[in-house]
Design a protein around this ligand. Sequence first.
Ligand code: ADP
Ligand code: MG
Length: 261
Amino acid sequence: MTPDEVRPLLKVEGLSKSYGGRVGCAAVSFDLYPGEVMGIVGESGSGKSTLLNCLAGHLPPDAGAVMFDTRADGMRDTVTMSEPERRMLGRTDWAFVHQHARDGLRMNVSAGGNVGERLMAVGARHYGDIRGQAIDWLGRVEIAADRIDDRPHQFSGGMQQRLQIARNLVTGPRLVFMDEPTGGLDVSVQARLLDLMRGLVREMGLSAVIVTHDLAVVRLLAHRLMVMKDGYVVETGLTDQVLDDPQHAYTQLLVSSVLQV
Ligand code: ADP
Ligand code: MG
């Protein structure tokens, strides 16, 4: 394969999901390439979480395909693959960072345990190795090693979110889904988390799909953007292009309402 024939890691075609008569997301198609970060923006209720959950296999779509370039068998539609296969992908190649750390962490398990159990889920057995890697990852997300036996509820919101990131990245996934990863945090805490996420994404060459209503988040992290309204993608393009020269009236509104803040 020549470099200009790089295959997409994820190929989404006509993804739709309704709740009764209400549109969740509709006819969403896009490609995501290795190392690329896609931002999904739109106001509350525009379908961002529905789309993300369909992509990550948490929600069965009504129609469409989510093709993922698996290590073993190349492009596979994750919508039609068996539940055990999809679960295995979720443990190995995929990661999901929730908005609320409590949804992505085990709150009654120590920080080290939260990281270590993900390694055990992919077959690690040697206690010393697991603890060593957990300490290494706590360091990478700026949590002091002497907090390893503390439980997440003893941590601040920002620390909990950093721990959730460590738990998700320790197994070396290739694709990370994030739903409002900085939502609900103080602005200064958000900035530090964003910096950290940007560094890790670059270092690890991660592909990511990041949902947010905060345009500053995608400005910093996303190469490309999809703008959603009422379940549909109304505009897509390079992040700077979309934010600096929005074409769709809704995107213009979204961008200007932020500028007025
Ligand atoms: P966002 O993440 O952009 O705020 P959502 O994907 O949560 O948007 O919601 C998209 C639309 O689907 C909204 O109209 C919302 O009310 C509806 N919706 C989301 N989840 C459900 C659900 N479990 N049952 C019924 N309607 C839902
Ligand atoms: Mg949402």
